[in-house]
Ligand binder design. Sequence first.
Ligand code: APR
Length: 386
Amino acid sequence: ADTTVVIIGAGPAGMSLANFLQRRGVSCVVLEMRDREYVEGRQRAGVIDHRAGEIFAEFGLDGPVAAGGPVETLLEIRTDGVPRLLDVPALAGGRPSRLVPQQMLVQRLIGAFLDGGGDLRFAAADVTPHDLDGDRARVTYRDTDGTEHELTCEYVAGCDGFHGVSRRSIPEGELSTYSFDHGIGWYTVLADSPAPRYPLMAVSRYGFAAQFARGPYASRFYLQYQPGDDPRQWPDEHTWEQLRLRLGDESLPAGTITGREVVEMRSFVAEPMSWGRMFLVGDAAHIITPMGAKGMNLAIADAYVLARAIIDGEGLTGYSATCLRRTWDYQEFSRWYAEMVHDAGDDSPSGAFRRKLALARLDRLFRSPPAAAAFADLMAGTEVAP
Ligand code: APR
């Protein structure tokens, strides 16, 4: 074969896997449809949980990829403008997460892989896997000149996100899929506005809002919106007014908004996560809501399980079951978290009742050490034995 693993997609999943394999001398080729600038500029997730940090450390990548990322200290939970601080790393037994924006992580992983002599081909068009049930798989693609190329390999790692070709290349009927619409809308804006002191989640009768640092001088804000509303039509002044109400901070300064996006609150899982020589990794296999910040961490954890199985040569039959156990654990956590903070917004009688429940759930985190520890353990990321 031309290489051991063809990796489709150079996002967090593909680039984590590529680096793990490279560091253990397993050959791989990464095929990415977009150009380098696009991949390195895409802003999405922002947290490497403690477990993902351990994974990078095991491959000597902790310094190269996570250096400089501020370590998680406290989480601020504000209910009706009243702040309370939760020491999540301490509650997790001294396991802090790290704030590393996705584009920085991807830039660094690409840099490390290329420095190590890695084979990464951008602008690969019409990437198509073949012979996934054969003795050897093939992947074809076209380069920017339109020239066709073919690579033979032992394994194909489908790291090409939800809309990629990998999951679609598995014959229909072989996968079961599970989707869920949370019935919640999220509007997110990136603004030149001082970072909050701590990551901040706010629950109030005006709805949910959150603020996270994106470097020292920028913040990413999230605002829940009611179904049917279109926040892309909101004047910026309305966004700031809503943030002031929800964060209970009349003096919150309005900064320049540099990015606006609507985030789908949707969950999806495909089972099993492998078929023949194809292994789905990250968003290609599952989508999770941003609540709990597990999307990127799941991608890194999947990449780890696959890399270990290939490196150790112990067979890949357990890959799907191991990854699915963690996937469903995190789906449950993310749903629980979303429900907890989003039940506060509407003024109907049942809305008012649910709001009381949401506040009681949040309050429990500050009163019950076991409840707080369970929450913190999931925030830090869990170990999943095969
Ligand atoms: N051929 C080649 N590359 C492709 C194809 C294709 N047909 N389709 C998609 N890609 C590339 C995309 O351009 C992208 O760079 O695959 C990559 C997939 O990256 P992500 O969508 O970021 O998915 P993943 O690596 O699984 O990361 C998942 O990161 O932001 C998050 O929400 C995401 O948290 C989740 C995590």
